[in-house]
Ligand binder design. Structure first.
Ligand code: DX5
Ligand code: ZN
Length: 215
């Protein structure tokens, strides 16, 4: 069964506590927290105080996705705000290996997110140091975008790379995930599914989470 990590980006920000409690009561495994800085991506979401507020109510691990420049300057603060998994973007890191060590030294799981144009072969030399690869299946910056079909082939290639290196890296899919693409993604090798609008825009988010969990 996949790990389900609903994205709080699609929640009602004026009712965050209510929406976090809904996730606590659901079959969600993690809570995906999207941080956008308006520089690395053309949008701003929220930052450290809001992450701390989410963490105060969350009973599930916070899976923090940093869509920001210079993530090394902020990982400590996100750890302090309650992050258990921290993903940095491959495209934002000049010293990816150092950044991964830094995240692990804080006691967090270290993730690397890759944009749709980034080839998985670029992770060959770090895959054994990566706890999770977040494969972007949309261009990062906005919820509610259309899933990019090339993701299936990419996930299959990433799975091969992981197996070839005897790594235990998890594959997470982020963007446009729904009940139709969930099963083929899992078959291609996905372990974790992020879903924002598909969960929060549905009439019964808890049912939708269960549906994704049991596809
Ligand atoms: C996109 C974010 C995603 C987003 C997913 O930049 O990283 O996590 O919230 O939202 P949906 O599921 O609506 O595509
Ligand atoms: Zn995300």
């Amino acid at each position: 069964m996949p790990i389900i990590s609903p994205s709080i980006l699609a929640a009602d920000f004026a009712n965050l506590q209510r929406d976090v409690e809904m996730l606590n009561n659901s079959d969600a495994d993690w809570i995906h927290v999207d941080i956008m800085d308006g520089v690395f991506v053309p949008n701003i979401s929220f930052g450290i105080p809001v992450t701390k507020a989410i963490s105060k109510h969350a009973k599930k691990p916070l899976d923090v996705h940093l869509m920001i420049e210079k993530p090394e300057n902020y990982v400590q603060q996100f750890k302090n705000a309650g992050a258990e998994i921290i993903s940095v973007h491959y495209e934002a890191c000049e010293h990816l290996h150092r950044n991964l060590q830094q995240i692990k030294a804080l006691g967090c799981k270290a993730g690397v997110a890759i944009n749709p144009h980034t080839n998985v072969s670029l992770l060959e030399d770090t895959i054994k140091d990566i706890d999770l690869v977040c494969v972007m299946s949309v261009n990062p910056g906005f919820g509610g975008q259309k899933f990019i079909e090339n993701t299936y082939a990419k996930v299959a290639r990433l799975k091969e790379l992981i197996l070839k290196n005897n790594a235990s890296t998890l594959i997470e899919i982020d963007g446009g995930v729904n009940a139709e693409n969930a099963r083929p993604l899992i078959d291609a090798g996905a372990d974790v599914l992020v879903a924002g609008s598909f969960v929060f825009n549905s009439s019964n988010p808890e049912d939708t989470i269960l549906k994704l969990k049991s596809v």
